[in-house]
Design a protein around this ligand. Structure first.
Ligand SMILES: Nc1nc2c(c(=O)[nH]1)N[C@H]1C(S)=C(S)[C@@H](COP(=O)(O)OP(=O)(O)OC[C@H]3O[C@@H](n4cnc5c(=O)[nH]c(N)nc54)[C@H](O)[C@@H]3O)O[C@H]1N2
Ligand SMILES: Nc1nc2c(c(=O)[nH]1)N[C@H]1C(S)=C(S)[C@@H](COP(=O)(O)OP(=O)(O)OC[C@H]3O[C@@H](n4cnc5c(=O)[nH]c(N)nc54)[C@H](O)[C@@H]3O)O[C@H]1N2
Ligand code: SF4
Ligand SMILES: [Mo]
Length: 764
């Protein structure tokens, strides 16, 4: 049902409510007015301590998320003929528990894969799912991080035993490697800070990108590399630092481990040769490296441009060496180790392997590009079922055709989502979640340094009819699977009614006497403490445990943020503030130098040497960068962030006023050679599949490089209910095999394709 069309004419709720944006990991604070179950006005929230009123252009469209024709309004069960039938919640919970329980009994709970757990604005479902996973004995998980950040996580763990974050606001030099913050953000108030750096003669912006991105446009040093050659460009910069004596030896002597073999290798880097292989002027590379070395402070941010391209994990290593070797750590404007509320990258120390192929599992996540191999086999360890929550792997992972095949090969697929996604189409049961504005939600993406801001969003609307918040879904599943019986919780419920201190003591005692409850603690909190919170806030119960953990781990940081109390009382105070301060709250505050204490490596020193990557670094010398092949002469970056993309959070294409179909961007020379004009249509042919797209001709791209936006190619129902696909789904074109050897991260930014003219021009 579409209600938004006449909404603006309706009587408006006169109040502004504080909430937050769910479209990227920064989660800017928003103030909104609502009426009739949807947004009528949206603006930045000045009271949010992190975003301070800032937003980009995208949240103005949030009504398209809250109400659209793809929203689910009832649990659905697949019929034998493949269509779906609506069923009631009791039936759905009972049958899902039976089906997953049957897989566990026949094959073991470790044969049920968990995928997802949250997107850009919601991590509560994933946190509560821990209980469901535990009762089912599930052991393996994956999500979108395992196709972008796992290589970086692995490097950070080795080097710092933590995840250093940039401080661009105070940085003299800002460096972006394969990152376009103008559109994709990745740090707070990105456009404001980028403009400030660009305007200030004493500061400098360094951008490494094959495309003259909106960020590159502002750069003082723009290294327009040949796609996929960043290891050479970064290697050359590091070569300059070492060869010109620009590394910070005092800093390294004090804080870092032995780096001799690395430094010897970098001393030998043929800088001019590497620059020519990356096709960047050697003088510009030298100038950029010197500027970085002279600066009082440098912050660096990498992203998909190097993570989803050849040498992915090595690139992350070299990127981190840029700031580590120059001692840009533990001071204002440099890289720092902050606090965290949740456990986004849990399981970080154990090096488990995948059950079928024995591949590396990083931070508890199986690489997305390895998933199909762990399903499409007759190996006894293969996955037999999947529980997929708030993720759309049939669209967002490499080789969609093979992902669909893998989903269909499973005995049972359960999807928890708000919308009828490409993945839900392959489910046996679909459980409809309430939207992110119909329940309490939050993310555990870090909230900044030195002040860490956390925001719990309060529900703005009551759950759409037929939907349930994920914490309720998980609680019902856990109960149906025998994890707890409601009668057993009466003592904890009455303790909760007597206030947090009483509850805390009772809860701790309960877990001590019933250790098996530890694994399902999230739903127990929900059923007890949660039920004592204000109407609609039960899911917030988990933040009590998170606040306790945060206060126990960082008591001084929490006190510096203005909270008082000892032990559990400090955690209680933090929890109360998280609930009360709807606009977001500073939960920890730190001095910069604390970063040194937080280095989590075995000996507490920064480890510059990663033996696993040294060989790959050395082998660059021999590598040929001429990968042009006559069959597929173009490199396609499949999934560019634009002002008109937001992953697949908006399914309704109506939110997009420009670039409706998601154009293939192409350089004028290439367009001319193909004989296509603006608005012409082309066929993009990869070794895997082909697709048709409209072109946008732009000199921002190098010849031979083409780009497609991310998040397009979704099937959305038209007025008559018939699904129409808008734009190209990038992963129809990608292959599972194009991936990093170490982390398995995909080369989405480096897809070999051929371009053929279909309709040469519409208007020349
Ligand atoms: N508007 C918008 N913002 C978003 C999102 C969105 O969908 N839309 N999604 C969010 C998510 S989930 C993420 S992970 C981030 C991603 O944020 P980014 O990584 O910044 O986004 P991309 O545009 O995918 O890639 C960044 C840059 O990499 C460049 N690139 C391509 N190939 C290469 C290469 O070989 N070398 C180098 N050095 N660069 C290369 C591209 O030209 C591009 O400018 O964005 C977040 N923010
Ligand atoms: N070729 C190519 N592929 C890519 C990329 C690329 O650059 N190129 N980028 C990759 C990156 S970095 C990322 S992060 C992924 C993103 O891809 P995914 O991880 O699949 O995630 P999203 O598109 O963010 O959407 C997550 C899902 O959450 C659902 N959802 C929204 N709100 C709720 C809720 O409250 N509850 C529940 N249960 N579900 C909800 C949405 O309907 C959607 O189905 O795509 C990746 N895929
Ligand atoms: S920067 Fe990200 S969180 Fe902030 S308004 Fe834009 S999309 Fe939303
Ligand atoms: Mo992402």
């Amino acid at each position: 049902m579409r209600k938004e069309d006449n909404r603006l004419n309706e009587v408006q709720d006169s109040e502004w409510h504080s909430t937050g944006c769910i479209l990227c990991s920064i989660n800017c604070g928003l103030e909104v007015r609502v009426a009739d179950g949807n947004f009528v006005k949206i603006r930045g929230d000045r009271k949010n301590p992190r975003s301070k009123g800032y937003t980009c252009e995208k949240p103005a469209n949030l009504a398209h998320y809250q109400a659209n024709r793809d929203r689910l309004t009832s649990p659905l069960r697949r019929r034998p003929d493949g269509s779906f039938e609506a069923i009631d919640w009791d039936t759905a919970i009972r049958e899902v528990a039976e089906r997953l329980g049957a897989v566990r009994d026949a094959h073991g709970g470790d044969k049920i894969l968990y995928y997802g757990g949250g997107g850009q604005g919601n991590h509560l479902g994933g946190a509560y799912s821990a209980a469901t996973r535990r009762v089912l004995g599930m052991r393996y998980a994956s999500n979108a991080l395992a196709q972008e950040k796992t290589g970086e996580f692995w490097v950070e763990r080795k080097m710092f035993g933590g995840r250093p974050e940039p401080d661009f606001e105070h940085a003299e030099v800002a460096v972006f490697v394969g990152k376009n913050p103008w559109h994709s953000h990745g740090f707070e108030r990105a456009r404001v800070t980028l403009r400030q750096i660009a305007r200030d003669e004493k500061r400098a912006l360094v951008v490494i990108d094959p495309r003259r991105s909106e960020t590159a446009e502002l750069a003082d040093f723009f290294l327009q590399v040949r796609p996929g050659t960043d290891a050479f460009c970064l290697g050359a910069m590091l070569g300059v630092l070492v060869q010109e004596g620009l590394i910070n030896t005092d800093f390294l002597a004090q804080y870092a481990g032995d780096a001799a073999p690395l430094l010897e290798l970098l001393a030998e880097v043929p800088v001019d040769d590497y620059c020519s292989r990356a096709d960047v002027p050697a003088e510009l590379v030298r100038a950029a490296a010197r500027r970085l070395a002279q600066a009082e402070s440098v912050s660096v941010l990498e992203d998909l441009g190097i993570e989803m391209a050849p040498h992915s994990t090595l690139n992350s290593y070299l990127e981190k060496l840029l700031y580590a070797l120059t001692g840009n750590f533990g001071r204002p404007g440099t890289m720092n180790l902050g606090t965290h509320m949740g456990k986004l990258s849990s399981d970080s120390k154990s090096d488990r392997k995948t059950p079928v192929a024995g591949r590396r599992i990083i931070t508890g996540l199986i690489a997305c590009n390895h998933l199909a191999d762990e399903i499409l086999t007759d190996h006894p360890g293969r996955f037999r079922a999947a529980l997929i929550e708030s993720g759309n792997p049939a669209h967002s992972l490499a080789d969609s055709a093979r992902m669909r095949e893998a989903l269909d090969a499973l005995d049972c697929v359960i999807v928890i989502d708000v919308a009828m996604t490409e993945t839900a189409q392959h489910a046996d049961y679909i459980l409809p979640g309430s939207s992110q504005y119909e329940k309490p939600e939050a993310t555990f993406f870090g909230g900044g340094f030195p002040d860490h801001v956390f925001q719990m969003r309060h529900p703005l609307f009551s759950p759409a009819s037929g939907t349930l918040p994920e914490p309720e879904i998980h609680s019902r599943l856990v109960a149906a699977l025998g994890g707890y019986r409601s009668e057993e919780l009466s003592d904890l419920r009455s303790a909760a009614d007597q206030g947090l201190p009483v509850f805390g003591a009772a809860f701790t005692a309960a877990l001590e006497s019933r250790p098996e409850w530890g694994g399902i603690a999230p739903v127990l909190l929900y059923e007890t403490l949660g039920r004592s919170l204000a109407e609609g806030l039960a899911p917030a119960a988990l933040f009590w445990a998170a606040a306790q953990a945060c206060a126990a781990r960082y008591p001084e940081s929490v006190r510096r943020a203005g909270f008082d109390g000892e032990g559990a009382a400090l955690g209680d105070a933090l929890f109360e503030a998280i609930i009360a301060r709807k606009e977001g709250v500073v939960i920890t505050s730190d001095p910069y130098a604390i970063s040194f204490d937080r280095i989590g490596t075995d000996d507490g020193r920064i480890q510059l040497l990663i033996p696993e990557l040294i060989d790959e670094l050395r082998a660059l010398q021999e590598e040929s960068t001429d990968t042009s092949s006559s069959d597929y002469p173009f490199v396609l970056a499949a999934g560019e962030r634009r002002g008109t993309t937001a992953n697949t959070i908006f399914r309704d294409p109506g939110w997009r006023r420009k670039d409706q179909e998601g154009a293939l961007r192409i350089n004028p020379e290439d367009a001319q050679a193909l004989g296509i004009g603006p608005g012409g249509r082309v066929r993009i042919v990869s070794p895997r599949a082909s697709a048709e797209a409209v072109v946008e001709i732009t000199d921002r791209l190098r010849p031979g490089h083409v780009t497609l936006p991310n998040g397009l190619g979704l099937a959305y129902p038209d007025e008559a209910g018939k699904r129409q696909v808008h734009g190209v789904a990038p992963n129809e074109l990608t292959s599972m095999e194009d991936r990093d050897w170490l982390a398995g991260t995909p080369w989405h930014k480096h897809v070999r394709v051929r371009i053929e003219a279909v309709e040469v021009t519409e208007h020349a």
